[in-house]
Design a binder for this molecule. Sequence first.
Ligand SMILES: [Zn+2]
Length: 178
Amino acid sequence: MAIKKTSEIGSKVIRSRSKEVEKITSLRVKKIIVDLVDTMRHVNLVGMAAPQIGIGSRIFVTEIRKTITRKNISKPDPLKVFINPEITKTSKKLVDGYEGCGSVASGGLFGIVRRPETVSVRAFDETGEEFELETSGLLARIIQHEIDHLDGICFIDKVTDTKKLLGRQEYIKMGRKK
Ligand SMILES: [Zn+2]
């Protein structure tokens, strides 16, 4: 168990394409997963990709915890591990939603990103089992955000309108108004 330092934009690992995992059930991969989960929970994020803890491997985790779920946005979703993920299908319908990122201003900057509403993703879990998941809403957004990380892409590259960027306090205020 270890809480790792979060890599920030500007670092090479955040801007590089991560490598496919070859030995999915290896001890090395198990350790990366534990560190990702510990760090994600510590910094209170809903998803975290290996490059964000300095490791260029195609692994990410997601967890929508009850305490950070805002009303009417999404229901909680248990911890999920994605190794060598691939998006196999996306909806034509696109939706706008605010995103932030632990690697951008310590999660203190939020901007609108337009993404497919529904995605299907195929990946391996921590036991080496392959699975396919179709999802929409917040989890679909998180999955796309994290896969972008594995390709060296950051949400700020995709922000639709920089004039609508929000700092943390303004983002929280906006949430209250809803
Ligand atoms: Zn991010």
